[in-house]
Design a protein around this ligand. Structure first.
Ligand SMILES: *Cc1c(COP(=O)(O)O)cnc(C)c1O
Length: 422
């Protein structure tokens, strides 16, 4: 993959968005630890505000032409935020990006910026619990209608959800998560984009198609290249990659990102300078981390699938139906490193197994350098009624793994000795 300048993502991940000349030649970006910015003159202050509020065509912006990017106050924007956003936009193949203090801040700001009372939202299923809660328990309280589909490869299934939604109110956003966890469900993004355009003709307004790209990240999937309008990523996971910070990003057209950033300023959901700087470091190694995590995941998933105490492994790379294989070849450049494994047995067997692990760490979240494992029924999905859990592919024997960068033999040896306890 390469961008319009011809540079590959691996190259853009290293230094795009930082010009050493802007930082007194420092090879690495300074951390701009400041809440506010000092003006040279009252006229410059006015020009900067004109540019911020009235855009690049304003008189103020014209007077500032050729000067370094101007800032006002940290919540509106700051140099480290600009660097992170430039790098994320390059990796996502986007005109612009907005960075937030968490993935949920990115999701909630995006939805509140784009959805109005009376509108309908359509989403794929299963999808991230926080987004589910936001749409079904918060946005519905503001008069938003929510509908979903389960089979993201079936035109009929997606169309049925869109028709049902459009009957309740104009569909303003279609929210997709692909691949989804823990079922390894896939959504054909280009198919949804085509159906959204057709619906747009009928309802007089084309729904915004937004994709949660967290599980694969920018190296393995480019939703915007498939025609989506927005690509959202919980940067907390693979992009930050060290389980030591929270951040989120949304990429898309300059026009959409401007609308989303306007609400971000009012919510105070921007990413701070220190965390933005850490994230810039993390991006540099994202390509190599992604490749190694994918290799390890395939080895671990293959080992687990063949183990007599394992009932099944739900891993994107094991999907073998022709439609899924064709979609993966067209839409993804890898199958990621988060998957679920189902033991023969239930909670007791899982707990005995989990308590014996020494290398794998028992924690929620994913995408870090270390391998994490959790028991969703009693942790991430604790609050979800058992019937709904079952419908999303989680039973008492299901565990989710996020495979990290350790030596795969050590991970397999640890799993082996812990499985003996089951
Ligand atoms: C973690 C996660 C989020 C939310 O991100 P935070 O950074 O925790 O707010 C959204 N979507 C997916 C798929 C996630 O895994």
């Amino acid at each position: 993959m390469s961008d319009k300048t011809g540079l590959h993502l691996e190259t853009l991940a290293i230094s795009h968005g930082y010009d050493p000349q802007s930082g007194q030649g420092a090879a690495k970006p300074p951390i701009y630890a400041t809440s506010t910015f000092v003006y040279r003159s009252a006229q410059q202050a006015k020009d900067i505000h004109e540019q911020f509020f009235d855009g690049p065509e304003s008189e103020g912006a014209k007077r500032l032409a050729g000067e370094p990017e101007a800032y006002i106050y940290g919540r509106l924007g700051h140099p480290n935020l600009t660097m992170v956003e430039a790098r994320l936009a390059a990796l996502d193949g986007a005109e612009e990006s907005a960075a937030f203090n968490s993935g949920m801040a990115a999701i909630s700001t995006t939805l509140f910026a784009l959805v109005r009372p009376g509108d309908s939202i359509v989403h794929s299923r299963p999808f991230y619990g926080g987004a589910d809660n936001l749409i079904h328990n918060v946005l519905t309280g503001f008069g938003v209608n929510a509908f979903s589909f389960l089979d993201g490869l079936s035109e009929a299934s997606i169309q049925a959800a869109l028709d049902e939604a459009a009957a309740a109110g104009p569909v303003s956003v279609i929210w997709l998560e692909t691949p989804a966890n823990p079922t390894a469900a896939l959504v054909d993004i280009a198919l949804v984009v085509r159906l959204a355009k057709a619906l747009g003709e009928r309802q007089g307004r084309t729904p915004i198609v937004a994709v949660d790209n967290t599980f694969l990240g920018p190296l393995l999937q480019s939703p915007l290249a498939e025609g989506a309008d927005l690509c959202m990523t919980s940067l907390t996971k693979y992009c930050a990659g060290h389980s030591d910070l929270l951040a989120g990003g949304v990429s898309g057209s300059a026009e959409l990102i401007k609308t989303i950033k306007a609400l971000r300023t009012l919510k105070g959901a921007h990413l701070d300078a220190q965390t933005a700087w850490l994230l810039l470091r993390s991006f540099e190694t994202l390509p190599v981390r992604t490749a190694r995590a994918c290799d390890n995941a395939l080895k671990i998933a293959t080992y687990l699938r063949a183990h007599p105490k394992v009932r099944g492994v739900t891993y994107v790379g094991f999907r073998d139906e022709p439609e899924a294989v064709a979609l993966l070849a067209r839409q993804c450049r890898g199958t990621g490193s988060t998957f679920s494994v189902r033991l023969k047995g239930g909670e007791a067997e899982c707990f005995r197994f989990l308590d014996r692990l020494r290398v794998l760490r028992l924690a929620v979240s994913l995408g870090g350098t270390e391998t994490l494992i959790c028991h969703p029924a009693t942790t991430t999905h604790y609050a979800v009624p058992a019937a709904d859990r079952a419908a999303s592919g989680i039973d008492d024997g299901t565990m989710r793994l996020s495979v990290g960068l350790e030596h795969p033999d050590d991970l397999i040896a640890d799993l082996e000795q812990a499985l003996e306890a089951v």
